[in-house]
Design a protein around this ligand. Sequence first.
Ligand code: NI
Length: 171
Amino acid sequence: MALMEVVKWPNPILDAPGDPVTEFGDGLKKLVSNMFETMYSAPGVGLAAAQVGVSKRLFVMDCSGGKDPDQRIVMINPEVIHVEGEQNGEEGCLSFPGIFTPVERSLRAVVRAHDINGNEFELDDTELTARCMLHETDHCDGIVFLDKMSPIKRELVKRKIRKLQKAGKWS
Ligand code: NI
C-alpha cells in the first residue's frame, strides 16, 4: 500500500466529471487500497478518486474512522437514485484542509454502485452516511462542496483560501 497525494482546490481535476470504471481487476483493487490508506492517514471519512488525481467515478468512505469494519465502503460508478428530507451540518473536504462549513444535504440517500468485484449493490442510509455518500458522489460528478454553499458563504470561503494561498499555507 502507498499513500497518495491529495489534490487541493482549485486543481481542475476536481471540477471534471470522472470516467466510468469498466475494469474490475488488480489495478482497481490497488487503487482502492491506496485510497483507503490515504483517507485513514489524512484522517478523513471519505475520499474520491479525483482527489488523488485519478479522474474515475469511485470513492471510499468510512464514517466510523476505521473503528467499524462494516462501515468500510467502496462505491464504484455511484448513482444517487433516491433522496428525501433535509439536514444541515458542518462539512469538510480533504481537498479543502481546515475549511468546515454548514452545507444543506438530503437527510436520506439511496445510492446504487458497483463493489470492488463489479457487483451492483445499493446503500440506503441517513444522517452522516447519507451526507458522506452525497458529498463523494458529487466529487465523481466534478462537484465540490463549495458549489453547494450559498453565494455569500462561497465568497467567504474563497477569500479565506486566497489569504492562505498568499501566506504560503495552501499549495
Ligand atoms: Ni470532498
